[in-house]
Design a protein around this ligand. Structure first.
Ligand code: RAM
Length: 360
Protein backbone atom coordinates (compact mmCIF):
# COMPACT_ATOMS: atom_id res chain seq x y z
CA UNK A 1 0.00 0.00 0.00
CA UNK A 2 1.34 3.39 -0.85
CA UNK A 3 1.14 6.20 1.64
CA UNK A 4 1.99 9.66 0.45
CA UNK A 5 3.14 12.22 2.89
CA UNK A 6 1.62 15.66 2.79
CA UNK A 7 4.90 17.05 1.47
CA UNK A 8 4.06 15.37 -1.78
CA UNK A 9 0.95 17.53 -2.16
CA UNK A 10 0.91 20.30 -4.72
CA UNK A 11 2.77 23.46 -3.72
CA UNK A 12 -0.37 25.60 -3.97
CA UNK A 13 -2.04 23.47 -1.33
CA UNK A 14 0.94 23.88 0.95
CA UNK A 15 0.62 27.62 0.43
CA UNK A 16 -3.02 27.50 1.42
CA UNK A 17 -1.99 25.53 4.49
CA UNK A 18 0.16 28.37 5.62
CA UNK A 19 -2.65 30.85 5.03
CA UNK A 20 -5.07 28.53 6.78
CA UNK A 21 -3.18 29.03 9.99
CA UNK A 22 -4.33 32.64 9.99
CA UNK A 23 -7.70 34.18 10.77
CA UNK A 24 -8.94 34.00 7.17
CA UNK A 25 -8.71 30.24 7.09
CA UNK A 26 -12.42 29.60 6.67
CA UNK A 27 -12.73 31.85 3.64
CA UNK A 28 -9.68 30.51 1.89
CA UNK A 29 -10.55 26.89 2.56
CA UNK A 30 -14.17 27.37 1.53
CA UNK A 31 -12.91 28.59 -1.84
CA UNK A 32 -10.67 25.60 -2.06
CA UNK A 33 -13.50 23.24 -1.29
CA UNK A 34 -15.44 24.54 -4.26
CA UNK A 35 -12.66 23.23 -6.47
CA UNK A 36 -12.72 26.15 -8.86
CA UNK A 37 -10.59 28.81 -7.29
CA UNK A 38 -8.28 31.16 -9.08
CA UNK A 39 -5.44 29.65 -7.12
CA UNK A 40 -6.31 26.32 -8.62
CA UNK A 41 -6.31 27.71 -12.15
CA UNK A 42 -2.79 28.97 -11.88
CA UNK A 43 -1.49 26.13 -9.76
CA UNK A 44 1.00 23.53 -10.85
CA UNK A 45 -0.18 19.99 -11.39
CA UNK A 46 -0.87 17.74 -8.42
CA UNK A 47 1.95 15.43 -7.58
CA UNK A 48 -0.16 12.55 -6.34
CA UNK A 49 -1.05 9.12 -7.55
CA UNK A 50 -4.22 9.76 -9.44
CA UNK A 51 -4.53 13.02 -11.31
CA UNK A 52 -2.57 15.70 -13.05
CA UNK A 53 -5.33 18.29 -13.07
CA UNK A 54 -4.76 21.37 -10.96
CA UNK A 55 -8.52 21.92 -10.76
CA UNK A 56 -9.18 18.48 -9.37
CA UNK A 57 -10.92 18.09 -6.06
CA UNK A 58 -8.72 16.51 -3.43
CA UNK A 59 -9.92 13.54 -1.43
CA UNK A 60 -8.03 11.95 1.45
CA UNK A 61 -8.91 8.63 3.04
CA UNK A 62 -7.99 8.10 6.70
CA UNK A 63 -8.82 4.47 7.60
CA UNK A 64 -8.83 3.04 11.13
CA UNK A 65 -5.33 1.69 10.65
CA UNK A 66 -3.04 0.86 7.76
CA UNK A 67 -1.75 -2.39 9.17
CA UNK A 68 -4.95 -4.22 8.26
CA UNK A 69 -5.76 -6.06 5.01
CA UNK A 70 -9.38 -4.89 5.29
CA UNK A 71 -8.11 -1.32 4.91
CA UNK A 72 -6.36 -2.26 1.68
CA UNK A 73 -9.57 -3.59 0.13
CA UNK A 74 -11.55 -0.51 1.16
CA UNK A 75 -8.95 1.90 -0.18
CA UNK A 76 -8.76 0.05 -3.48
CA UNK A 77 -12.38 1.07 -4.03
CA UNK A 78 -11.78 4.62 -2.86
CA UNK A 79 -8.88 5.06 -5.23
CA UNK A 80 -10.84 3.58 -8.12
CA UNK A 81 -13.65 6.11 -7.55
CA UNK A 82 -11.17 8.99 -7.28
CA UNK A 83 -9.60 7.96 -10.59
CA UNK A 84 -12.96 7.67 -12.32
CA UNK A 85 -13.96 11.10 -11.06
CA UNK A 86 -10.63 12.82 -11.74
CA UNK A 87 -10.02 13.65 -8.09
CA UNK A 88 -6.60 13.86 -6.51
CA UNK A 89 -6.36 10.92 -4.11
CA UNK A 90 -4.40 10.40 -0.93
CA UNK A 91 -4.48 7.77 1.81
CA UNK A 92 -2.85 8.45 5.16
CA UNK A 93 -3.01 6.93 8.60
CA UNK A 94 -1.29 5.23 11.48
CA UNK A 95 -0.33 1.58 11.66
CA UNK A 96 -2.39 1.03 14.78
CA UNK A 97 -6.05 1.75 15.52
CA UNK A 98 -5.49 3.69 18.75
CA UNK A 99 -8.24 6.15 19.70
CA UNK A 100 -6.25 9.32 19.04
CA UNK A 101 -3.99 8.05 16.25
CA UNK A 102 -6.06 9.75 13.53
CA UNK A 103 -6.03 13.27 14.96
CA UNK A 104 -2.68 14.50 13.54
CA UNK A 105 -3.61 13.18 10.11
CA UNK A 106 -6.91 15.08 10.15
CA UNK A 107 -5.14 18.23 11.28
CA UNK A 108 -2.69 17.97 8.40
CA UNK A 109 -5.55 17.63 5.93
CA UNK A 110 -7.18 20.72 7.42
CA UNK A 111 -3.96 22.64 6.97
CA UNK A 112 -3.64 21.38 3.39
CA UNK A 113 -7.14 22.51 2.50
CA UNK A 114 -8.25 19.06 1.41
CA UNK A 115 -11.71 19.19 -0.12
CA UNK A 116 -13.03 15.81 1.06
CA UNK A 117 -11.93 13.82 4.10
CA UNK A 118 -13.13 10.22 4.36
CA UNK A 119 -12.51 8.65 7.75
CA UNK A 120 -13.26 5.38 9.55
CA UNK A 121 -13.50 6.53 13.16
CA UNK A 122 -11.53 4.73 15.83
CA UNK A 123 -13.13 6.87 18.50
CA UNK A 124 -15.60 9.76 17.90
CA UNK A 125 -14.52 11.46 21.11
CA UNK A 126 -10.98 11.68 19.81
CA UNK A 127 -11.63 12.78 16.21
CA UNK A 128 -14.62 15.09 16.34
CA UNK A 129 -12.97 18.33 17.28
CA UNK A 130 -10.47 18.00 14.42
CA UNK A 131 -13.26 17.02 12.00
CA UNK A 132 -15.39 19.97 13.16
CA UNK A 133 -12.47 22.19 12.31
CA UNK A 134 -12.23 20.61 8.86
CA UNK A 135 -15.91 21.24 8.18
CA UNK A 136 -15.72 24.78 9.51
CA UNK A 137 -12.98 25.33 6.95
CA UNK A 138 -15.18 24.13 4.10
CA UNK A 139 -14.14 20.50 3.78
CA UNK A 140 -16.74 17.79 3.33
CA UNK A 141 -16.38 15.02 5.87
CA UNK A 142 -17.57 11.49 5.29
CA UNK A 143 -17.25 8.59 7.67
CA UNK A 144 -17.10 5.09 6.26
CA UNK A 145 -16.94 1.71 8.00
CA UNK A 146 -17.08 3.28 11.48
CA UNK A 147 -19.15 6.36 12.23
CA UNK A 148 -18.67 9.56 14.22
CA UNK A 149 -21.48 12.04 14.69
CA UNK A 150 -19.58 15.01 13.25
CA UNK A 151 -19.72 14.40 9.53
CA UNK A 152 -21.81 15.15 6.46
CA UNK A 153 -22.49 11.51 5.58
CA UNK A 154 -21.85 8.00 6.87
CA UNK A 155 -21.24 5.22 4.34
CA UNK A 156 -22.46 2.21 6.25
CA UNK A 157 -21.60 -1.17 4.74
CA UNK A 158 -24.73 -3.00 5.95
CA UNK A 159 -27.47 -2.12 8.50
CA UNK A 160 -26.07 -2.82 11.97
CA UNK A 161 -28.89 -5.15 12.92
CA UNK A 162 -28.43 -7.24 9.80
CA UNK A 163 -24.71 -7.62 10.57
CA UNK A 164 -25.50 -8.69 14.14
CA UNK A 165 -28.32 -11.09 13.35
CA UNK A 166 -26.41 -12.76 10.52
CA UNK A 167 -23.56 -13.71 12.82
CA UNK A 168 -25.90 -15.02 15.51
CA UNK A 169 -27.78 -17.14 13.02
CA UNK A 170 -24.54 -18.64 11.71
CA UNK A 171 -23.54 -19.54 15.25
CA UNK A 172 -26.94 -20.97 16.07
CA UNK A 173 -26.82 -23.18 12.97
CA UNK A 174 -23.58 -24.70 14.23
CA UNK A 175 -23.98 -25.04 18.00
CA UNK A 176 -27.67 -24.51 18.74
CA UNK A 177 -28.89 -21.95 21.27
CA UNK A 178 -27.23 -23.00 24.52
CA UNK A 179 -23.78 -22.91 26.09
CA UNK A 180 -20.97 -20.47 26.74
CA UNK A 181 -19.87 -18.11 24.02
CA UNK A 182 -17.38 -15.23 23.85
CA UNK A 183 -16.81 -12.16 21.70
CA UNK A 184 -13.40 -11.22 20.35
CA UNK A 185 -13.64 -7.65 19.11
CA UNK A 186 -11.25 -5.04 17.70
CA UNK A 187 -10.64 -1.91 19.79
CA UNK A 188 -12.80 -1.09 22.82
CA UNK A 189 -13.98 2.28 21.45
CA UNK A 190 -14.69 1.30 17.84
CA UNK A 191 -18.19 2.59 16.99
CA UNK A 192 -18.86 -0.07 14.34
CA UNK A 193 -17.77 -2.99 16.52
CA UNK A 194 -19.69 -1.67 19.50
CA UNK A 195 -22.87 -1.09 17.48
CA UNK A 196 -22.78 -4.68 16.19
CA UNK A 197 -22.04 -6.09 19.64
CA UNK A 198 -24.83 -4.05 21.24
CA UNK A 199 -27.27 -5.34 18.60
CA UNK A 200 -26.12 -8.92 19.22
CA UNK A 201 -26.49 -8.60 22.97
CA UNK A 202 -29.97 -7.10 22.59
CA UNK A 203 -31.05 -9.93 20.30
CA UNK A 204 -29.67 -12.61 22.61
CA UNK A 205 -31.60 -11.06 25.49
CA UNK A 206 -34.90 -10.92 23.65
CA UNK A 207 -34.87 -13.90 21.28
CA UNK A 208 -36.01 -17.07 23.07
CA UNK A 209 -33.91 -19.24 20.71
CA UNK A 210 -30.73 -17.78 22.14
CA UNK A 211 -29.96 -18.99 25.65
CA UNK A 212 -26.22 -18.53 25.33
CA UNK A 213 -24.16 -17.12 28.16
CA UNK A 214 -21.65 -14.53 26.94
CA UNK A 215 -18.77 -15.27 29.29
CA UNK A 216 -16.26 -12.74 27.95
CA UNK A 217 -15.76 -9.83 25.59
CA UNK A 218 -12.10 -9.27 24.73
CA UNK A 219 -10.23 -6.90 22.42
CA UNK A 220 -7.52 -7.80 19.94
CA UNK A 221 -7.21 -4.14 18.86
CA UNK A 222 -7.19 -5.18 15.20
CA UNK A 223 -3.63 -6.40 15.69
CA UNK A 224 -2.93 -9.91 14.54
CA UNK A 225 -0.60 -10.93 17.39
CA UNK A 226 -2.80 -9.49 20.14
CA UNK A 227 -5.92 -11.07 18.62
CA UNK A 228 -4.15 -14.43 18.45
CA UNK A 229 -3.18 -14.16 22.13
CA UNK A 230 -6.68 -13.14 23.14
CA UNK A 231 -8.11 -16.16 21.32
CA UNK A 232 -5.67 -18.45 23.06
CA UNK A 233 -6.51 -16.82 26.40
CA UNK A 234 -10.24 -17.31 25.90
CA UNK A 235 -9.89 -21.00 25.16
CA UNK A 236 -7.67 -21.57 28.15
CA UNK A 237 -9.85 -19.56 30.54
CA UNK A 238 -13.16 -21.07 29.44
CA UNK A 239 -12.80 -24.83 28.86
CA UNK A 240 -16.55 -25.15 28.18
CA UNK A 241 -16.63 -22.51 25.49
CA UNK A 242 -18.79 -23.58 22.55
CA UNK A 243 -18.38 -20.64 20.25
CA UNK A 244 -16.56 -17.40 19.50
CA UNK A 245 -17.97 -14.46 17.58
CA UNK A 246 -15.31 -12.17 16.13
CA UNK A 247 -16.84 -9.24 14.23
CA UNK A 248 -13.46 -8.07 12.95
CA UNK A 249 -11.51 -9.38 9.98
CA UNK A 250 -8.26 -9.24 11.92
CA UNK A 251 -9.75 -10.99 14.95
CA UNK A 252 -11.48 -13.79 13.09
CA UNK A 253 -8.40 -14.59 10.97
CA UNK A 254 -6.12 -14.70 14.01
CA UNK A 255 -8.61 -16.80 15.99
CA UNK A 256 -9.02 -19.21 13.08
CA UNK A 257 -5.25 -19.55 12.80
CA UNK A 258 -5.00 -20.38 16.50
CA UNK A 259 -7.89 -22.84 16.38
CA UNK A 260 -6.62 -24.57 13.23
CA UNK A 261 -3.62 -26.10 14.98
CA UNK A 262 -5.17 -26.49 18.42
CA UNK A 263 -7.13 -29.24 20.13
CA UNK A 264 -10.21 -27.02 19.82
CA UNK A 265 -10.39 -27.26 16.04
CA UNK A 266 -13.84 -28.56 15.14
CA UNK A 267 -14.86 -28.38 18.83
CA UNK A 268 -15.29 -24.64 19.23
CA UNK A 269 -17.28 -22.84 16.53
CA UNK A 270 -15.97 -19.56 15.15
CA UNK A 271 -18.16 -17.05 13.30
CA UNK A 272 -17.81 -13.36 12.58
CA UNK A 273 -16.73 -10.97 9.85
CA UNK A 274 -13.83 -12.12 7.69
CA UNK A 275 -12.10 -11.41 4.40
CA UNK A 276 -12.61 -14.31 1.97
CA UNK A 277 -8.93 -14.49 0.89
CA UNK A 278 -7.79 -14.66 4.52
CA UNK A 279 -10.43 -17.15 5.61
CA UNK A 280 -10.40 -19.51 2.65
CA UNK A 281 -7.80 -21.88 4.08
CA UNK A 282 -9.74 -22.18 7.34
CA UNK A 283 -12.96 -22.99 5.51
CA UNK A 284 -11.11 -25.58 3.43
CA UNK A 285 -9.43 -27.23 6.45
CA UNK A 286 -12.67 -27.35 8.44
CA UNK A 287 -11.70 -24.88 11.19
CA UNK A 288 -14.51 -22.52 10.14
CA UNK A 289 -17.89 -23.46 8.69
CA UNK A 290 -19.33 -20.06 7.83
CA UNK A 291 -18.56 -16.38 8.21
CA UNK A 292 -19.87 -13.11 6.80
CA UNK A 293 -18.86 -9.73 5.37
CA UNK A 294 -19.58 -7.42 2.44
CA UNK A 295 -17.29 -6.20 -0.30
CA UNK A 296 -15.17 -3.55 1.49
CA UNK A 297 -14.02 -2.05 -1.81
CA UNK A 298 -17.62 -1.00 -2.45
CA UNK A 299 -17.62 0.97 0.81
CA UNK A 300 -14.55 2.93 -0.27
CA UNK A 301 -15.87 3.36 -3.81
CA UNK A 302 -19.20 4.73 -2.62
CA UNK A 303 -17.45 7.10 -0.23
CA UNK A 304 -15.51 8.51 -3.19
CA UNK A 305 -18.67 9.15 -5.22
CA UNK A 306 -20.56 10.57 -2.24
CA UNK A 307 -17.64 12.90 -1.50
CA UNK A 308 -17.63 14.22 -5.05
CA UNK A 309 -21.40 14.79 -5.00
CA UNK A 310 -21.11 16.68 -1.70
CA UNK A 311 -18.20 18.81 -2.86
CA UNK A 312 -19.99 19.61 -6.14
CA UNK A 313 -23.11 20.59 -4.22
CA UNK A 314 -25.23 17.96 -6.00
CA UNK A 315 -26.21 16.71 -2.55
CA UNK A 316 -26.07 18.28 0.90
CA UNK A 317 -26.45 15.18 3.05
CA UNK A 318 -30.20 15.57 3.60
CA UNK A 319 -32.45 12.52 3.83
CA UNK A 320 -34.04 11.54 0.52
CA UNK A 321 -31.39 13.07 -1.75
CA UNK A 322 -30.05 10.74 -4.42
CA UNK A 323 -26.79 10.53 -6.33
CA UNK A 324 -25.10 8.31 -8.89
CA UNK A 325 -22.21 6.13 -7.79
CA UNK A 326 -20.68 4.79 -11.00
CA UNK A 327 -20.80 1.01 -11.32
CA UNK A 328 -22.80 0.69 -8.08
CA UNK A 329 -25.77 2.66 -9.40
CA UNK A 330 -28.03 5.18 -7.66
CA UNK A 331 -28.10 5.68 -3.89
CA UNK A 332 -30.51 7.51 -1.61
CA UNK A 333 -29.43 9.20 1.60
CA UNK A 334 -31.28 7.76 4.58
CA UNK A 335 -32.03 9.05 8.04
CA UNK A 336 -29.26 10.98 9.79
CA UNK A 337 -27.06 11.12 6.69
CA UNK A 338 -26.58 7.37 6.47
CA UNK A 339 -26.13 5.46 3.22
CA UNK A 340 -26.22 1.68 3.15
CA UNK A 341 -23.95 -0.04 0.63
CA UNK A 342 -25.53 -3.47 0.43
CA UNK A 343 -26.59 -6.70 2.06
CA UNK A 344 -24.54 -9.01 4.25
CA UNK A 345 -22.69 -11.69 2.27
CA UNK A 346 -22.33 -15.13 3.85
CA UNK A 347 -19.46 -17.43 2.96
CA UNK A 348 -19.08 -21.18 3.34
CA UNK A 349 -17.40 -24.16 1.66
CA UNK A 350 -19.87 -24.05 -1.23
CA UNK A 351 -19.32 -20.45 -2.29
CA UNK A 352 -15.95 -19.31 -0.89
CA UNK A 353 -14.19 -19.74 -4.25
CA UNK A 354 -16.68 -17.38 -5.88
CA UNK A 355 -15.34 -14.46 -3.84
CA UNK A 356 -11.72 -14.39 -4.90
CA UNK A 357 -12.37 -10.91 -6.28
CA UNK A 358 -12.61 -9.48 -2.74
CA UNK A 359 -8.84 -9.30 -2.48
CA UNK A 360 -6.26 -6.88 -1.16
C1 RAM B 1 -11.82 -4.97 10.85
C2 RAM B 1 -12.06 -3.54 11.26
C3 RAM B 1 -13.16 -2.90 10.45
C4 RAM B 1 -14.37 -3.79 10.34
C5 RAM B 1 -13.98 -5.11 9.78
C6 RAM B 1 -15.15 -6.07 9.70
O1 RAM B 1 -10.97 -5.03 9.75
O2 RAM B 1 -12.36 -3.53 12.60
O3 RAM B 1 -13.50 -1.68 11.01
O4 RAM B 1 -15.36 -3.22 9.56
O5 RAM B 1 -13.00 -5.70 10.61
Amino acid sequence: MSVLTTDQRAPWRRLLSAVALGATAAVVLAGCAAGSTEEADSAPAEDTETTASAEALSITFIPKNLNNPYTGVQLKGGKEAAEELGMSYLEVGALDAAADSQVPFIQTEVQNGTDIIVLAANDPNAVCSALDEARAGGAKVITFDSDADCRDLFINQVEEEEVALGQLRQLFDQIGGTGEIAILSATANAPNQNAWIAAMRAEIETNADYEWEIVAEVYGDDEDAKSFQEAQGLLQAYPNLKGIISPTTVGIAATARYLSTSEYKGQVALVGLGLPPQMKEFIKDGTVTAFALWDPSEVGYLAGYAGKALADGTITGAEGETFEAGKLGTFTIGENGRIIVGPLLEFNAENIDDYDYISF
